[in-house]
Unconditional design. Structure first.
Length: 189
């Protein structure tokens, strides 16, 4: 099974969290997307992404970067998965260039910036933010830090370039980790 980069990136971004609780409310999202993810939640992270049409761009990106086997591995992983709408915010020429074989290393760096080793539930992220005095620093598989804060009940991810993304869906379980959907592709810098 081939995974597109679009699907991988989409899988990496799903995090609306509660500010004052270990419970994490979810932001308004397409109910069909939630149902589709719930139906495939017992597979790997890649299986879950492939099973949801809102992650087709991410899956295309994962395929182009040859990361399907890695993200289907034992893990556990926490993936902040950008949705197709998140990818639509990226300049189309930039996205097309990233999907070429010549840019595979750049695409791999971008995609692995959406992945954290270990399984972090929404409650874990909120606790880390609270314990950190309002900020948690997550180390991505790519190696660069990702800052997490709360804005009301939403978890906001700030990338190395200063861009921000909101977690819009949390705690989509997979056999090798968890997916949190995000509304904007985050950049390693």
């Amino acid at each position: 099974m081939r995974i597109s980069p679009k699907m991988l990136l989409t899988t990496t971004a799903v995090f609306a969290l509660a500010a004052c609780s270990t419970e994490a409310p979810q932001a308004a999202v397409d109910e069909g997307a939630v149902e589709a993810m719930a139906e495939t939640e017992t597979g790997t992270i890649v299986d879950v992404a492939v099973g949801n049409e809102d992650f087709s761009t991410l899956v295309a990106a994962v395929t182009a970067a040859d990361l399907g086997a890695t993200l289907s591995g034992e893990g556990p992983f926490t993936v902040f998965a950008p949705t197709n709408d998140a990818f639509a915010k990226v300049d189309p020429d930039t996205l097309a260039a990233l999907l070429t074989p010549e840019k595979k290393a750049d695409l791999t760096a971008l995609l692995t910036y959406h992945v954290v080793a270990g399984k972090l539930t929404a409650a874990d992220v909120v606790k880390a933010i609270t314990d950190g005095g309002g900020t948690a620093t997550l180390t991505t598989v790519q190696g660069a830090p990702l800052k997490a804060t709360l804005d009301g009940e939403s978890v906001i991810l700030e990338d190395a370039a200063g861009g921000k993304s909101t977690v819009i869906l949390t705690d989509v379980d997979a056999s090798n980790g968890v997916i949190h959907a995000i509304d904007t592709v985050i950049m390693p810098g």
